[in-house]
Design a protein around this ligand. Structure first.
Ligand SMILES: [Zn+2]
Length: 314
């Protein structure tokens, strides 16, 4: 199957090991007004992204998905430049972030427009079919994000538009959750008509509840264990314990492993800078630990290679 990447169309056969939730760059809208942060050097940012991707390539990865939504600093020019310079398969998303942290522009726009859902779906579809602006580059997935249930009207409307675009174009959905209510998010999405197997419920490894994880995969979705290394939300020890429970329960084919690393974040959100993290962390540090407790190398390989490909191929 042919997928759209930031380097143009690529075959799913050529992906190899794939990380499904890593970012080149992201930012929270409003950072431009932070005069306390040093001026940003765009060329230096691009070089950092090129180096980060080179590290993934050298580490045996063949592809990554950057699911940054449109209102969180998505920069398709940079995605395209880094993909072209590295020859790496970088997939990207179209979509909007959750109500709590979404760009106010989109909340206003959607709230003021009675036809907002259709118009938003039309924009998503246009990006997927025609490409983004003058780059011509096309998103491979739609990003959906919610906070805790009950979801807000904004989130409900964005979910509806996202499914309309997904069904129209055949592109799958990847989500952000706050580690809770992913089962409700999935029910909302499938209620609008997308097949559960076309959805990854993201950031589920933040939740220690095995029954919660089972509800998501039993409903037919993929489950994102995609924040390895974010110790302040949940230590890896717990994330690995949850992963082992899922493997023991026979759900290995539904696991999507990643880190939610940022190669660059605009502004200066974290005092003293964000703690450094690497998208090689799972392979370098955690996979050997899984091997030690009896997880077969083939199982780990299948999670990183076969699951992303199966999700994309639908
Ligand atoms: Zn993310």
């Amino acid at each position: 199957m042919i997928l759209n990447s930031a380097n143009g169309p690529v075959s799913t056969d050529s992906l190899g090991k794939t990380l499904m939730h890593e970012h080149l760059i992201a930012s929270f809208p409003g950072w431009q007004g932070d005069t306390s942060c040093p001026p940003q050097d765009k060329r230096a940012i691009i070089e950092r992204c090129v180096d980060g991707v080179a590290e993934l390539k050298a580490g045996g990865f063949g592809a990554m998905l950057d699911p940054c939504p449109n209102d969180l600093g998505r920069d398709v020019d940079i995605l395209g430049e880094v993909a072209a310079r590295t020859g790496f398969n970088i997939f990207f998303a179209v979509g909007l972030y959750m109500d709590k942290l979404a760009g106010p522009y989109w909340k206003l726009k959607l709230n003021m427009d009675p036809d907002g859902v259709q118009r938003l779906a039309d924009m998503f579809i246009k990006e997927i079919i025609d490409g983004v602006g003058s780059t011509g580059l096309k998103p491979a997935v739609i990003k959906v994000a919610t906070g805790e249930a009950p979801f807000t009207k904004f989130e409900e409307r964005v979910m509806q538009a996202s499914v309309m675009a997904a069904v129209e174009t055949g592109v799958p959905i990847i989500t952000h959750t706050e580690g809770v209510d992913g089962d409700k998010q999935l029910a909302t999405l499938t209620g609008h008509g997308i097949a559960p197997g076309r959805v990854i419920i993201g950031h589920s490894c933040a939740n220690p509840d095995h029954a919660y994880h089972c509800r998501i995969v039993d409903a037919g979705a993929y489950i994102g264990f995609d924040r390895f290394g974010i110790e302040r939300i949940r230590p890896d020890e717990g994330r690995i314990a949850s992963m082992l429970e899922m493997l023991a329960a026979g759900h290995g084919e539904r696991l999507i492993v990643s880190h939610d690393c940022l190669m660059h974040m605009d502004g200066a959100l974290f005092a003293g800078g964000a703690p450094p993290r690497s998208p090689m962390h799972f392979s370098r540090v955690l996979a050997p630990k899984l091997r030690e407790v009896g997880v077969a190398a083939e199982t780990i390989d299948a999670i990183l290679t076969d699951n992303p490909r199966r999700y994309f191929e639908g």
